[in-house]
Design a protein around this ligand. Sequence first.
Ligand code: GRF
Length: 202
Amino acid sequence: MLSIVVCVSGGGTNLQAIIDGIKKGSIRNTKITGVISNNPGAYALKRAENEGIPAFCVSPKSYGCREEFNEAFLEKLKELNPDLIVLAGFLVILPEKMITIYRGRIINIHPSLIPSFCGTGYYGLKVHEAALARGVKVTGATVHFVDEGTDTGEIIFQKAVEVLEGDTPEVLQRRVMEQAEWVILPKAIDEIAMSEQGEEKT
Ligand code: GRF
C-alpha cells in the first residue's frame, strides 16, 4: 500500500481528485495518511477533515524564522512517514533537506506544459495569464518529480488543453484543472502505487 501525504495551500480541488480517485478505484493500492497546509484557511484542510484524513497546518508565519519552520515541516513529514509526497497547489519553498531525504519521492502538479510558463513566479492564475498574453493555442498541465529547482524535475505525465477564443485566466484555469490536472495527477499516483506494489511482490 502506497502511503501518501498531500501538501496544499488553497482550494484543494487536486486533493479532492485524489480522494475521489481512491474511492472509485482509479487510484489503486494507495492511502492518504495526511494532508499538510501552510495556510490555516485552506479549504483543502476542510476537504481532508470531511474524509477523516488527518489534516495539519504548519505555517511559516507560526515560527520565528524560516529554519524553525523547515524543521517543524520536516518533523511532521517524518511523523507521517509517507512513501510519496504529493504537492497539489503547495505554495511553499521546500527545505533543501527535504529534497535530499525524499529524493525521487516528491511529485508536483504544474498548470502548464513545462518548459512553458514555469519556474519562479509562475503559479496559480499567473500561469494562465502568461499563456493568454503569449497567445498560445494549446496549454495544459504537467506532473513531474521535484528536485532542487523550480518545476525542473523529471516529467512524468503531461496533458494538453485547448485555449479558446475569449478565454479569461479563470476560465482557462478551470478547464486546465478539469481536463488535465485532475486526470494526470491521479494517474501518476496510481502508476507509482502499482509499480511500488510490483516491487513489494518481488
Ligand atoms: C491551481 O492554480 C492549480 O492550477 C495548481 O494549484 C492551484 C490550486 O489548486 N495546481 P487546488 O484547487 O488547491 O488543487
